[in-house]
Design a protein around this ligand. Structure first.
Ligand code: XLS
Ligand code: NI
Ligand code: NI
Length: 436
């Protein structure tokens, strides 16, 4: 037992003084006809929760994540499983996400790493059966090992490409073994630093080839879930090929991968791309490619992926507005987020997950209110009313021509101004709902 200071974390309402209780997340509460826990399939990220211990560019670990064992051993790998399942059970988190090398220490020889992976996933599977906790998605870490310095699918070395293929194959095996709903490709180092040494078209074709083989293999071994691209514009590379959702969707269509892939949208990656989180969700949803979410947040003053636990309710509300409008996610909400370096205790790990779950629960409640209150949706509908009949309808139906429209304009001589955007009024509506 690593988290002895809590038993099951419960919903106690916003006035509770208990630091280890939910103020908003009430798993069984009905919102728009569905239980909160069905709207919000939360997932724990193995890497941040059980591996990351506070090391940054300027200093070493601040948190003790040895879980009472020696790091780098299989005992440690098992202790991480024990700690992770205890944490998920106590918080009521029903899913987890993993990279291959989050689970076991990577050996020098890939055959040995794969043996360790088989052993640890047997152990995880036992725990899953006992607790009912499930796997949301798996992925391969093809960016940490020095061999991937120039990328995985985009590498200049055919030998390294084979190791990327081998890791993808094994990570798919493990995802299927654990019943994962999805399989993620985050670009990692799939990008470049300078075109002076890079053939961009060649690299993108190779990434597509790797993904195509992954789809073929995955379907062959019975993976029926979605593959995801997780767009990110930069970091670690200067230019990443999966810059944002629109770029990734274009890429998937170009290479005929769009039927098997959806987006895994991360809030912090959206803002790094110069978009709002809501924008990235909308782009994905309107292309029927909103699959899953990495639920974190960045810092607008910093230009990198700070992976903070989500606290900004304005943003979670607009996220949940998009998710409700899209009819929910086929994936879930993965807390790809870590404690700040100075919040280094086990208590902080629990506070962080409570914060994230409450921020999303509150966002869900507020988004449902925005939809039920109706002003925003009605306003948007009315804003385009001129296209519902007459010449506007002809445009929408594709039943007109430039000649006819030009004649229409000639007749008018001048156009009246479009209706006001009323942005300030609409912001007031949102504030009234958020802070009532
Ligand atoms: C890094 C990514 C990574 C993916 C999984 O920025 O967010 O954590 O979610 O490889
Ligand atoms: Ni992520
Ligand atoms: Ni990230």
């Amino acid at each position: 037992m690593y988290f002895d200071f809590i038993s099951k974390v419960k919903y106690e309402g916003r006035d509770t003084k208990n630091p280890f209780a939910f103020r908003y997340y009430d798993a069984e509460k009905m919102v728009m006809g569905k239980k909160m826990k069905e709207h919000l399939p939360f997932a724990m990220a193995w890497w941040h929760t059980l591996c990351a211990a506070g090391t940054d560019m300027f200093g070493r670990d601040t948190a003790d994540k040895s879980f009472g064992t020696e790091k780098g051993t299989m005992d440690h790998a098992k202790a991480k499983v024990d700690a992770g399942f205890e944490l998920m059970e106590k918080l009521g988190i029903e899913y987890f996400c993993f990279h291959d090398v989050d689970l076991v220490p990577e050996a020098d020889d890939i055959k040995e790493t794969n043996k360790r992976l088989d052993e640890i996933t047997d152990y995880i599977l036992e725990k899953m059966k006992k607790t009912g906790i499930k796997c949301l998605w798996g992925t391969a870490n093809m960016f940490s090992n020095p061999r991937f310095m120039n990328g995985a699918g985009s590498t200049n070395s055919a030998e390294v490409f084979c190791f990327a293929a081998a890791q993808t194959k094994k990570a798919l095996d493990l995802t299927v073994k654990l019943g994962g709903k999805g399989y993620v490709f985050w670009g990692g180092r799939e990008g470049y630093e300078t075109l002076l040494n890079t053939d961009m078209k060649f690299e993108q074709e190779n990434i597509a080839a790797l993904m195509k083989m992954a789809v073929e293999y995955g379907r062959k071994i019975g993976f029926t879930g979605d593959f995801y691209i997780e767009p990110k514009p930069k970091e670690p590379m200067k230019h990443q090929y999966d810059f944002d959702a629109a770029t990734a969707i274009g890429f998937l269509r170009q290479y005929g991968l769009d039927k098997d892939f959806k987006m895994n949208i991360e809030a912090n990656h959206a803002t790094l791309a110069g978009h709002t989180f809501q924008h990235e969700l909308r782009i994905s949803a309107m292309n029927n490619m909103l699959g899953s979410i990495d639920a974190n947040q960045g810092d607008y003053l910093l230009g990198w992926d700070t992976d903070e636990f989500p606290s900004d309710v304005y943003t979670t509300t607009l996220c949940m507005y998009e998710v409700l409008k899209a009819g929910g996610l086929t994936g879930g909400f993965n807390f790809d987020a870590k404690n700040r370096r100075a919040s280094y205790t086990p208590e902080d790990m629990v506070h962080a997950l409570i914060l994230g779950m409450d921020a999303y629960a509150l966002g869900l409640i507020k988004a449902a209110q925005i939809i039920e209150e109706g002003t925003i949706d009605q306003f948007i509908k009315d804003r385009y009313a001129s296209f519902s009949d007459g010449i506007g309808k002809k445009i929408r139906d594709g039943k007109t021509s430039l000649e006819e429209l030009a004649a229409y304009a000639d007749e008018l001589g001048n156009a009246s101004l479009p209706g006001s955007g009323r942005q300030e009024y609409l912001n007031t509506i949102i504030n009234t709902i958020l802070f009532q």
